[in-house]
Design a protein around this ligand. Sequence first.
Ligand code: NAD
Ligand code: MG
Length: 394
Amino acid sequence: MRSISIFGATGSVGEQTFDLIQRAGGADAYRVVALTGGQNITRLADMARELRAEVAVCADASSLAELRDRLAGSGVETAAGPEAIAEAADRPADWVMSAIVGAAGLVPGFRALRHGATLALANKESLVTAGPLLLAEAAAHGATILPVDSEHSAIFQALTGEDIGAVERIILTASGGALRDWPLEALAKATVKEALAHPNWAMGQRITIDSASMFNKALEVIETREFFGVTPDQVEVIIHPESLIHSMVGFHDGAIMAHMGAPDMRHSIGYALNWPARDALPVARLDLAQVATLTFRAPEMARYPALRLAREVMARRGLAGAAFNAAKEIALDHFLAGGIGFMDMAGVVEDTLEALEPEMGRSNLPEALEDVVAMDHLARIRAGEIASQKARSR
Ligand code: NAD
Ligand code: MG
């Protein structure tokens, strides 16, 4: 029986993973090792009972008593805190879903790779902050990383049976987010609620705002460069409002392979779960006559400064990805809390990158996970100061 763990089980990707596991027979079909969650203890406990997990771990020590109560008599072990989450990743499992949001997902993913697991990687932050280290860790332990981000799953599928040397360009599609048709001058006043109205995908709150600002696409551009080993100028972004083409690969002969399907994350999660097989999935089938047209347009750089910043991060590499991601997370916190405006987020990230330039060192590769974690902490502090300053001067 295949053993699995889900990190970030109670989130959007985690729930959809749970759904596929349940449909495939749940605890009768898989041996479930670890499930982890953040704030939603009731849901984590319910999932752990249902899947008869070995251990359920929550992020906060203050929630441990509640988790223990809810799982009393179930036979599921309980634990709490970041170290307990990392230890849960030390428990061998054949297939591990990395779906914690943010830099908190980095260490558990690394630890899972050490026992040679197949790591289904939704946590794009791992590749953005520590891509070369993550790939080296996987190679050292004979582990496999399968991308779960829909764009990267699409690219991975388009590359199956192809030689990466024959690739000319990788074209990431972007919906353009909730504010794509707003007049440019109105963006500064966009509220959280307005930025959350994503046209096509139902996702977690943070990634939905990141779609509107295209910080999500910026992370994905870097993720593409790191995971597929192409150069920055081989990675392009195109706005495709229908979100039916999930990304494309262009080859030297001029051919473009596009991956299409309904916008449903269970496609890429299921692909990673069943890989290398292609089993049936409960996703909607496209009626192309109904779809009728697919449209594309170039992203306006003034609307999406995050895309320009991604180019700078790729040119700098090293610890710039860690600083970029951390600053973006803090800027997002401040936007969500109402302290800074929608367009201020890019300003906070840009100023943080500039302020940390002297700390980034000379290496153009991150050398150790500890350096990445240290840069993450430093960038959070610096970005917090910069965001507070911006909030005061508004
Ligand atoms: P989410 O916010 O819905 O869920 C995140 C999960 O992580 C939850 O279980 C939450 O409790 C847990 N968590 C949050 N902070 C934590 C912490 N500090 N320590 C431990 N656990 C913590 O997020 P999501 O939308 O499911 O996204 C998860 C990851 O997948 C992100 O990296 C995101 O970029 C990526 N992703 C998501 C989608 C999507 O459709 N939602 C698509 C592509 C990629
Ligand atoms: Mg994506």
